[in-house]
Design a protein around this ligand. Structure first.
Ligand code: NAP
Ligand code: G4F
Length: 332
């Protein structure tokens, strides 16, 4: 039985990846952070699975990583854990660097010191391209525009270096934005689809956003975790862009999400500069030709389809909450 170790298992991608690996017969080990309340809603439905094992640790705590690699002896490690919010990285640059940059080094060192024959996946990002105009592919120049992008660029290069220096099977997946109903509520797509559902259900009337002109290449997260797994199954380690190849503005995503619920976004969206960043990444549109040709991966959901999936999910989830509240009120 193959053993996989996932950092960031409680996040959007980690939860989909855990599902995928369990369905393929892996024993899955996940790193979870201790918090005052349990923060495992995305993996609650996997809780009873006997092949899922959760371990306390943190990417800022090297000892925990050394001990876990030693105890689990994984065949595959997926490093998805990160402070992943670009705007927050301007407010917490040092913590972001410790987790997103040095955290990767700590994990790679734990693997190297163990001497295990273990494959390593690094969650790199299109944010590394930053100010370099699209289309962006594996050989496009990097120019990060945030402490998050700069930290991830360190991790990308240290992953390449450990591959070259120590012959580690280490791959870097340069993933463009990917979303789902499990996306964190403060990322723009989920903020919009939750806003649409709240407005449709009469809970609120406005949605406040920042820069509507930014262009992103938005895909569907479950498809992207399949790409991560494929990268580790290939004969040779390498770096791969995963993207749809289609650019959409925040404004267009808004329009599609509101329209799906029968609403006009212009009646509800307000702007506030507090959601803008000190330096913005204007346009990200990926070229995933290498992934298609080498590992047979291709995105199949576009931004409009994604907006529909997410609005439907938020309408259902929020609708259920509203119904439950009404039910509670009827109880004497
Ligand atoms: P996410 O939903 O924000 O999940 C991040 C995960 O990292 C959570 O499980 C979080 O744990 C964990 N984490 C945060 N700080 C940690 C620390 N110090 N030690 C250990 N774990 C820590 O992110 P995602 O969207 O799933 O993205 C997964 C990875 O891909 C991230 O590395 C992200 O930067 C990268 N990425 C994402 C995208 C995208 O569009 N989604 C694109 C390119 C790259 P808690 O639940 O306890 O907070
Ligand atoms: O949804 P976002 O916060 O995602 P961003 O900054 O592109 O980062 C995400 O994708 C990266 C891959 O390229 C990942 F590496 C990273 O971890 C994360 O998952 O913002 C998207 C765009 C930005 O241009 C932002 O300025 O939307 C714009 N935006 C406009 N109003 C907003 C808002 N973003 C947020 N979060 N909130 C707003 O109100």
């Amino acid at each position: 039985m193959k053993r996989a170790f996932i950092t960031g298992i409680t996040g959007q991608d980690g939860s989909y990846l855990a599902e995928l690996l369990l369905s393929k017969g892996y024993q899955v080990h996940g790193l979870v952070r201790r918090a005052s309340t349990l923060n495992r809603s995305r993996i609650d439905h996997l809780h009873q699975n006997p092949d899922l094992h959760l371990h306390y640790g943190d990417l800022t705590d090297g000892v925990s990583l050394v001990n876990l690699i030693h105890a689990i002896e994984p065949h595959e490690v997926y490093n998805l854990g990160a402070q992943s919010h670009v705007k927050v990285s301007f407010e917490m640059p040092e913590y972001t660097a410790s987790t997103d940059a040095v955290g990767t080094l700590r994990l790679l060192e734990a693997i190297r010191a163990s001497g295990l024959d273990c494959r390593f996946y690094q969650a790199s990002t299109s944010e590394m391209f930053g100010a370099t105009p699209p289309p962006q592919a594996e050989d496009t120049a990097f120019y990060p525009r945030s402490p998050y992008g700069a930290a991830k660029l360190y991790s990308h290069w240290v992953t390449v270096n450990y591959r070259e220096a120590y012959d580690l099977f280490a791959v870097s997946g340069i993933l463009f934005n990917h979303e789902s109903p499990r996306r964190g509520e403060s990322f723009v797509t989920r903020k919009i689809t939750l806003g649409v559902a709240s407005i449709k259900l009469g809970i609120t009337d406005t949605l406040t956003l920042g820069n509507l002109d930014a262009v992103r290449d938005w895909g569907y997260a479950p498809e992207y975790v399949e790409g991560m797994w494929r990268m580790l199954q290939h004969d040779e380690p390498g770096d791969y862009v995963l993207a749809t190849g289609i650019g959409t503005t925040v404004r267009e995503f808004c329009e599609a999400a509101f329209a799906h619920a029968g609403l006009d976004w212009q009646d509800h969206v307000r702007l506030d500069a507090k959601y803008e960043r000190p330096t913005e990444v204007d346009a990200l549109i990926g070229d995933a030709t290498k992934a298609r040709e080498v590992i047979g991966w291709e995105a199949t959901t576009d931004a409009k389809g994604l907006a529909q999936i997410m609005v439907d999910a938020d309408l259902e989830q929020l609708g259920r909450l509203v119904e439950n509240k009404r039910g509670e009120r009827q109880i004497p």
